[in-house]
Design a protein around this ligand. Structure first.
Ligand SMILES: Cc1cc2nc3c(=O)[nH]c(=O)nc-3n(C[C@H](O)[C@H](O)[C@H](O)COP(=O)(O)OP(=O)(O)OC[C@H]3O[C@@H](n4cnc5c(N)ncnc54)[C@H](O)[C@@H]3O)c2cc1C
Length: 459
């Protein structure tokens, strides 16, 4: 252990620490291995020490010690990020927020939680302890493992986004509390638009310790798998369902006919050659949903009532996992297990021209790219994003495919980069870089994720 780390360790007496090989390895990794580009770059990156605080006071002591001894500090929630966001590139301390998992307060329409609280646990508490008939508006498909702080710092959208939009949309996050990494750390309260300063910033500009998040009225969510004669008909159905305010829903996803066979438990349900949709719908509107599917030539091939779906999600009951664990990036996870050469892309479809782009991609990349679409509702409109599966051949071909999709009108966010500049840093109006100067004056937080820090002077 290097000298600054031994000195730092002495400052942390009484706080849970681990430096055994197995823990350090486990806590230094996330799901970067989805990417054949990132895997060789990040596979051997390790922290030197894992800190496991159980209270805000302990987080503040760790931040102060890191600043005093100028040691790199990387924050980790559930470690489910896909781009190596939580992988420490410069050793140092890995700050595991999992011990700060309390629900601090619940009021009508909002909950305040410690940053390390996991989505499923928050919803369970809202249901069991508070008895509030409220639930989180949306959650990533990693509901079981992902933390609310990690979602704010590294996530985007998920189940519920077909009704409630994205985490960066106004009103989604009400407030956050941030601890700075200084010799005398400060605790800052950000509310309203100021929240954007730390949103999707990969924990490079402050430690999020609490999040106040908006809630939605609880609904009994039934699950359906549907089959369609073609991807185009399934896409039109997905669009129409997402636009239909009268049908309450929590998930709308559509898949190429080649995907069901890669999702083992779903494979027997969908007739060969048919496209698939996965939907979570309010029980009372399930019949309206089936009629809408029929209008598009589709039919329900699997139906699970809300009570059984809830048992599967909260208690792991039944042979079928919750269906949301086949959507978003879980689709990629399942497919990778069957075909290890598979990786993925992230595509935003041009509004109003979704089916046109689906057709073009199907024709140009048949057998190489299998489309998986996620439907979102934002600002009164339907937005379609794709997490297509891609049979990986080489870095050059990957670049070629990205260029082809962009040439056809899709906007690709490249998930094969851990560099924050490539993923939205400063793309919002929020002064994220200015906030870093203030919250991390020594540049210790998650070093290596920004291309240059401190930024080079202009000219
Ligand atoms: C199978 C699979 C499915 C997924 N599905 C979705 C999905 O539906 N939607 C979606 O948006 N994403 C999805 N993801 C990505 C990921 O699960 C989410 O972004 C998730 O919210 C990350 O939370 P986490 O607690 O695991 O964060 P981590 O991976 O631990 O961290 C993410 C980033 O946030 C930083 N960070 C974590 N906690 C804090 C904190 N308290 N303060 C400051 N910085 C912090 C980390 O340093 C890191 O840069 C998926 C990933 C996988 C592997």
């Amino acid at each position: 252990m290097t000298r600054p780390l031994s000195a730092l360790r002495a400052d942390l007496a009484g706080i849970g620490l681990a430096d055994d090989k197995a823990t350090v390895k486990l806590k230094s990794r996330d799901f970067f291995w989805f990417s054949p580009i990132l895997k060789p770059l990040l596979d051997d990156k390790r922290a030197e020490l894992v800190a496991l605080p159980r209270s805000k006071d302990e987080v503040i002591r760790i931040a102060a010690a890191a600043a005093r001894h100028r040691v790199a500090l990387t924050v980790r929630g559930g470690g489910t990020g896909n781009y190596g966001q939580a992988v420490p590139l410069a050793g140092g301390v890995l700050l595991d927020m999992g011990g700060l998992d309390r629900t601090v307060a619940v009021r009508a329409g909002a909950a305040r939680c410690e940053a390390g609280a996991r989505f499923l646990d928050i919803d369970r508490r809202l249901r069991d302890d508070v008895g509030s008939r409220w639930e989180l508006r949306f959650h990533p498909s990693t509901r079981k493992q992902a933390t609310i702080g990690g979602f704010v710092a590294g996530g985007a959208a998920g189940c519920g986004s077909c009704t409630w939009g994205q985490i960066s949309d106004p009103g989604a996050v009400i407030a956050v509390e941030v601890v700075t990494v200084e010799e005398r750390p400060r605790t800052l309260a950000l509310a309203g638009r100021d929240v954007l300063k730390v949103l999707h910033a990969y924990g490079v500009n402050g430690i999020i310790t609490e999040v106040e998040i908006s809630l939605a009225p609880w609904q009994p969510w039934a699950e359906r798998v549907l089959a369609f004669p073609s991807l185009a008909t399934a896409t039109r159905f997905g669009w129409a369902l997402t636009a239909a305010e009268g049908i309450a829903k929590k998930e709308v996803a559509v898949f190429d006919a080649g995907i069901p066979r890669l999702l083992k438990r779903l494979a027997p349900l969908v007739p060969t050659g048919q496209a698939m949709a996965i939907v979570m719908v309010a029980e009372a509107q399930a019949a309206a949903l089936a009629e809408m599917a029929a209008d598009h030539g589709g039919s329900v091939v699997y139906a699970r009532p809300a009570a059984a779906a809830e048992d599967a999600a909260f208690d792991g009951k039944g042979a079928m996992p919750p269906l949301y664990e086949y959507t978003w990036n879980h689709t990629t996870l399942h497919a990778l297990k069957v075909e290890p050469s598979i990786t993925y892309l992230q595509i935003r479809f041009p509004p109003g021209r979704e089916v046109e782009l689906v057709d073009k991609i199907e024709r140009a990349l048949a057998g190489e790219m299998l489309l998986h679409l996620e439907f979102q509702r934002r600002f009164g409109r339907v937005f379609v994003s794709g997490l297509p599966l891609l049979r990986y051949r080489s870095p050059e071909r990957l670049d070629q495919v990205i260029a082809m999709v962009e040439g056809m009108g899709g906007a690709v966010s490249n998930p094969h980069s851990y560099v924050l500049d490539d993923a939205g840093w400063k793309r919002t109006d929020a002064p994220q870089a200015e906030f870093k100067t203030l919250a991390d004056p020594f540049g210790l937080m998650n070093p290596g994720k920004l291309r240059a820090w401190p930024p080079k002077p202009a000219g």
